[in-house]
Design a protein around this ligand. Structure first.
Ligand code: MLC
Ligand code: AMP
Length: 527
């Protein structure tokens, strides 16, 4: 049996506070009972004793409903497919169809968006809003065995952008998620006394595993802020009730802007409060050194930067106790085998904390019990992602004085904006289906706060306008209807032709020049 502390919280935690959201408090006992009831309901509706790996998509605002649903799907033997409330219908439908969901669950206004898609697909929709909970209890058997959940069973599919077209589903098992959790719980010293302020989206590994599953595994409390708002976040950090905070670099940058704009007494109160936290982590994108330094200057707190990826969980972390070095991501986390390899030759340049070829940079490759099993229904891509059992991350790094430093992505077609991974190819393919677009190229413009911002150079279809503002006005709303808003280009240029080399291949560094960005290393992390 695995995930025991998550799926079967110890009895002595029953009265402890697990989740705080929107002013309501939920104990471990409450979540345990609700998730059991929901699991039984799911099984009764499916008329089976075990969902046996059926995919269940769910959509709801961050809060106790989310946790009870995630646990329910797991306890019923299903695979959890969390959906993002901010996504437009087409993006949601892509995920539910690619994952081939056999049921959808929703709560509140947000969740009712699932009702239509469920009926179109002829699959059940379960409304688990609080108001519906009583009805659910009536229609479900009040006891009965739940299936045995072994560690090799698939637990979750998270969608991640890659170098090819639409996002791929990353499948992790219960054992892989538990290995990810236990590594972090140990390294970052989670205890029952902790309370995390949760501001991250719940369709990616950072928000789901690091900031939600870890504290719940340890018996701590998760306080959902209901999304990210700089002033609300500062107030809660300064409340004296929060011990842990985790965010992407853009959030720290936005918090610094809010601090700069605040009055003297507010500044002092915020800074003093935040400085008293036990742990503040940054990850999902490069933390600019100046943000690290400014944060320390203001709060006295040295942010702990770590490196991870949907496919591997967390790989590298600055030490909890030792020196946290700005611009670096520390050393391999417990249980993680990590090395640097020169892809062309396979030569190992560094292994763990040992450098074979000091100063040489190479691709990060990872092995270990937390590494994912497969891309959902994409055997060829799964096979191509591994070499001799090692996962190829596509990230370039160097080991310097015992600390890893991320140099950037090997592919120019993967962008990171606000901590979200974005595929240039996906946006280009979408844009090319618009009748006003003959061709296009998408790049990431370096940006102080966002890391990168999405930019699109467009060759209009014959007879179309060559004005950048006209193409922006036409395409912006069209893209918003189809893709998540963080994928919408923020800058547009109309051009007669895209810059190409002699082979006819689009030259992305030259496309960047169209946006006023000098040619140079494309994806070096800022700072
Ligand atoms: C919002 N906007 C973005 C954006 N997020 N633009 C580019 N990139 C993004 N990521 C746009 C909005 O559409 C809006 O424009 C404008 O910016 C302001 O939006 P906002 O809603 O006010 O911004 P905010 O809510 O402050 O969002 C910023 C953010 C959010 C940083 C809180 O992006 C976020 O939650 N990022 C976290 C992503 C994450 O969890 N990644 C982890 C992946 S797992 P307009 O024009 O629409 O008004 C992973 C592994 C690992 O990477 O190692 O952890
Ligand atoms: P995702 O696929 O959304 O899980 O994003 C994973 C990617 O985020 C990694 O492959 C890295 O490129 C990037 N990343 C995560 N953490 C860091 C970090 N601390 N510094 C630089 N890049 C990071």
């Amino acid at each position: 049996m695995t995930g025991s502390a998550l799926l079967h919280p110890p009895r002595e935690w029953s009265a402890s506070l697990a989740v705080l959201a929107g002013g309501a408090a939920h104990t471990y006992g409450d979540l345990d009972a609700r998730s059991r009831l929901r699991a039984q309901h799911l099984l009764a509706e499916a008329a089976t004793p075990d969902l046996d790996g059926a995919r269940v998509g769910f959509l709801m605002a961050p809060g106790s409903e989310y946790v009870a649903t995630q646990w329910a799907v797991w306890r019923a033997g299903g695979i959890a497919v969390p959906l993002c409330p901010d996504h437009p219908a087409r993006e949601l439908e892509y995920v539910m169809d690619d994952a081939d969901c056999s049921a959808l669950i929703g709560a509140g206004e947000t969740g009712r968006r699932m009702e239509g898609p469920a009926s179109e697909r002829g699959i059940p929709f379960h409304d688990v809003s609080a108001t519906n909970e009583g009805r659910l209890a009536l229609h479900s058997p009040d006891s009965g065995p739940l299936p045995r959940i072994t560690e090799d069973r698939p637990a979750m599919i998270l969608y991640t952008s890659g170098t090819t077209g639409r996002p791929k589903g990353v499948v992790t098992t219960h054992g892989q998620i538990e290995a990810h959790i236990t590594s972090l719980v140990g390294a970052w010293r989670w205890t029952r006394d902790d309370r995390i302020l949760h501001v991250l989206p719940l369709h990616h590994t950072h928000g789901i595993v690091n900031a939600l599953c870890c504290p719940l595994y340890a018996g701590a409390t998760v306080e959902f802020a209901g999304g990210f708002d700089p002033a609300v976040t500062w107030e809660r950090l300064a409340s004296g009730e929060i011990s842990v905070f985790m965010a992407v670099p853009t959030i720290y940058a936005k918090l610094l802007h809010a601090w700069d704009a605040a009055e003297g007494p507010t500044r002092r109160r915020w800074a003093r409060g935040a400085g008293a936290l036990r742990l503040m982590v940054s990850g999902s994108a490069a933390l600019p050194v100046r943000v690290f330094e400014r944060w320390e200057e203001i709060t006295g707190h040295r942010l702990l930067e770590r490196y991870g990826m949907t496919e591997i969980g967390m790989g590298l972390s600055n030490p909890y106790d030792g020196e946290r070095r700005p611009g670096t991501v520390g050393q391999p986390l417990p249980g993680v085998d990590l090395r640097l390899v020169r892809p062309a030759t396979g030569r190992v340049l560094a292994d763990g904390v040992e450098a074979m070829d000091p100063g040489a940079s190479g691709e990060i490759r990872v092995r270990g019990p937390m590494v994912f099993s497969e891309y959902w229904r994409r055997p060829r891509e799964t096979e191509a992602a591994f070499v001799d059992g090692w996962f190829r991350t596509g990230d370039e790094a160097v080991l310097e004085d015992g600390y890893y430093r991320i140099l950037g992505r090997r592919s120019v077609d993967i962008l990171k904006s606000g901590g979200y991974k974005i595929s240039a190819i996906e946006i280009e393919e979408m844009l090319r289906t618009h009748p006003a677009v003959h061709d296009c190229a998408v790049v990431g413009i370096p940006d102080e706060d966002w890391g990168e911002r999405v930019a699109a150079a467009v060759v209009p279809a014959p007879g179309g306008s060559l004005r950048s503002d006209a193409i922006a006005a036409l395409l912006d709303p069209w893209v918003r209807e189809r893709l998540a808003r963080y994928k919408v280009p923020r800058a547009w240029r109309c051009v007669e032709d895209l810059p190409r080399n002699a082979m006819g291949k689009v030259q992305k560094p030259a496309v960047l020049v169209l946006f006023g960005v000098g040619a140079g290393p494309l994806h070096s992390p800022p700072g």
